[in-house]
Ligand binder design. Structure first.
Ligand code: NAD
Ligand code: WQD
Length: 332
């Protein structure tokens, strides 16, 4: 069964391709490598145990997407390809809206024309804004505090509207919490072009002595004053996509939003402690100011994923820290 994975060379996409291939799926990747590297493709094939078909294609190029559907019998798509840096989206809103929304529009247009009407979309916990309470359920109100978050909300709405307009469409909107970690082989992991924005890659760089780490504020209303997030190992997340795809094949048409998180929150200081303990290094860090836009606490109620997909996280914070460290040191 052939699956189109857009953004398959990226952090979450690469791990998902490996898990899909191990589960017997054939993979077609569409990626323009704007935030990933070509050598990842060979590594996915090595870890997945078979070859895949790569299209170096931009989601903004509708004809390129049509060609992929014309040349392959694709039964479903997993749509990862997007720009994802929240701060950058504030500075470059047009680029973000264009890439993420036009990209999604082109994909569903090509899919519709090819009669392929099953899609899994990479949404994000960012669509919950600053929730009134935690843990967060899928039924909570949605809001967007950045252009990036807007692109996720707009795409979710597009897919919901598509399902209303055409009862053959089935869309799963996966809302990820904070993906971290890397494949245990150390061959694939989070390897963005440029300076990373997220905590774990910055922790790793601090441990390598490449950067000073700042904790963004300790005056939040949390147990130690630093922000709480739901960190999820990328391999658990990848397996969540396999479970979602298996569900997508048999579920009733329509749009379904599902949280993918562990259900437990860790503070920034707890992450730093877990990393030091797991890896056995002392992290150089200092306390800094709050980062604008950060909300105190975000963690998932993952019960819907367990009920519908039969999926829950298995890997620990220690696994997340060790695998991130292992991957970073293999890259040099
Ligand atoms: P990533 O940047 O590592 O992967 C995205 C991939 O998409 C990259 O390989 C990039 O080259 C490709 N891409 C981007 N725009 C493209 C375009 N126009 N045409 C073709 N390819 C394009 O990001 P990731 O962390 O793997 O995230 C994957 C998805 O999950 C994104 O949609 C992101 O918004 C979403 N998400 C990520 C996180 C996170 O913290 N990593 C959290 C929630 C949701
Ligand atoms: C985690 C915690 C920071 C860096 C973002 C997006 C979200 C989703 C996941 C895509 C926060 C603190 C960070 C640093 C720090 N992505 N921190 N020092 O902000 O929870 O979520 O990535 O959808 O939409 O907003 O993740 O990794 O940036 O931060 O203290 O140098 O680490 O304040 O509390 P965030 P993050």
């Amino acid at each position: 069964m052939k699956i189109l994975v857009t953004g398959g060379a990226g952090f979450i996409g690469s791990h998902t391709c490996v898990e899909l291939m191990k589960s017997g799926y054939d993979i077609v990747i569409a990626d323009n490598f704007c935030n990933s590297k070509r050598e990842t493709i060979g590594r996915i094939e090595e870890l997945g145990g078979k070859s895949l078909r790569l299209y170096e294609a931009d989601m903004l190029d509708l004809e390129a997407l049509r060609k992929i559907f014309a040349e392959n019998d694709i039964c479903a798509a997993i749509h990862f390809a997007a720009l994802k840096a929240v701060g950058e989206s504030v500075r470059q809103p047009v680029r973000y809206y264009h890439n993420n929304i036009t990209g999604a529009l082109n994909l569903v247009t090509a899919m519709n024309d090819a009669g392929c009407k099953k899609i899994i979309f990479s949404s994000s916990a960012t669509v919950y804004g600053d929730p009134a309470t935690v843990p967060i359920k899928e039924t909570f109100p949605l809001s967007a505090a950045s252009p990036y978050a807007q692109t996720k909300l707009v795409t979710e709405n597009l897919l919901r509207d598509l399902c209303v307009s055409d009862p053959e469409w089935t869309c799963i909107l996966l809302r990820y919490f904070n993906p971290v970690g890397a494949h245990e082989s150390g061959l694939i992991g989070e390897d963005p072009n440029g300076i990373p924005n997220n905590l774990m890659p910055l922790v790793v760089m601090a441990a390598q002595g490449k950067r000073q780490l700042k904790v963004f504020g300790n005056d939040y209303p949390t147990r130690d004053g630093t922000c709480i997030r739901d960190y999820i190992h990328v391999v658990d997340l990848a397996q969540g996509h396999v479970a979602a795809l298996n569900y997508l094949k048999k579920c009733a048409p329509g749009a379904e939003a599902i949280n993918l998180g562990s259900g437990s929150g860790s503070s920034v200081l707890e992450i730093l402690n877990a990393f030091e303990k797991a890896v056995g290094v002392k992290l150089p860090w200092e306390m800094g100011e709050r980062r604008p836009g950060d909300v105190p606490q975000l963690y998932a109620d993952p019960s819907k994923a367990k009920e519908l997909l039969g999926w829950e996280t298995k890997l620990t914070l220690e696994d997340m820290c060790l695998s991130s460290w292992n991957f970073a040191n293999r890259q040099g």
